[in-house]
Design a protein around this ligand. Structure first.
Ligand code: ADP
Ligand code: MG
Length: 228
């Protein structure tokens, strides 16, 4: 589904080498934790998958296609295959929960007759159907983040990228968010979650890829990760 072949990334302006010779293959339906300290390169790696950045060396493949060849209008189409969740929910403040989700469906060109079903299904998954008329400022931090997840899922993406989705949450809310990602994974989605939370990784024994100063230093198969 996602394949990094000897990927190197250097930020041109500062000449920061963020990633070195990364080799990584993520299969369809896998759940992968991407862990590493701040500055290890996690967000940079996700940005390459979204084609927000271009590798300075090597190649990134998505569904077998080299992203280098994805240009122009095709970039937006590529991004529509991916649901993204950030640390900050980034909801539109002047729109209700429901409108935040239908906004995505409009952009995706989903027929309006399907909107209500899609929105309800997505909000049900995060347990917030009853909040569909609320505005973001009327939600708790945990609820906002769950709405952001519902928004990432409403277009039925093949792949979900989450960049420290529990970074602003207390442990109970973090685990609630993890439960949602577990359910999404169980339904067949491919999930790549950047985190530096040991609690999360311990709570869901899945494959763990460890970045350290831009290098992939460990890649532990499902259940094999230990903190030693
Ligand atoms: N826009 C940028 N311009 C220059 N350097 C950057 C930029 N974004 C990140 N970096 C650098 O790239 C490295 C990896 O950063 P990042 O991918 O954000 O790590 P993480 O998400 O693991 O905290 C760091 O050294 C960081 O300072
Ligand atoms: Mg980051």
């Amino acid at each position: 589904m996602i394949h990094f072949h000897r990927v190197t990334l250097e930020y041109p302006r500062t000449k920061t080498k963020a990633l070195y010779e990364i080799n990584l293959e993520i299969k369809k339906g896998e759940f992968v934790f991407l862990v590493g300290h701040s500055g290890a390169g996690k967000s940079s790696l996700l940005a390459l998958i979204l084609k927000r950045l271009e590798p300075t060396g090597g190649a990134v493949y998505f569904g077998g296609e080299n992203l280098k060849g994805v240009r122009g209008d095709k970039v937006a189409l590529h991004r529509r295959r991916i649901g993204v969740v950030f640390q900050d929910h980034q909801l539109l403040q002047n729109y209700t929960v429901e409108e935040n989700l239908t906004f995505v469906l409009r952009v995706l060109g989903v027929n309006q007759t399907e909107w209500e079903n899609r929105v309800t299904r997505s909000l049900r998954l995060v347990g917030l159907v009853h909040k569909k008329r609320a505005y973001p400022e009327e939600l708790s931090v945990g609820e906002s983040q769950r709405v952001a997840i519902a928004r990432a899922l409403v277009g039925d993406p093949q792949v979900i990228l989450a960049d420290e989705p529990t970074g602003n949450l207390d442990p109970a809310n973090a685990l609630a968010v993890l439960e949602i990602f577990k359910a999404v994974h169980a339904r067949g989605a491919t999930v790549l979650m950047a985190t530096h939370s040991r609690e999360l990784v311990e709570a869901y024994p899945q494959r763990v890829v460890v970045l350290k100063a831009g290098q992939l230093v460990r890649d532990e198969k499902v259940g094999a990760y230990s903190l030693s």
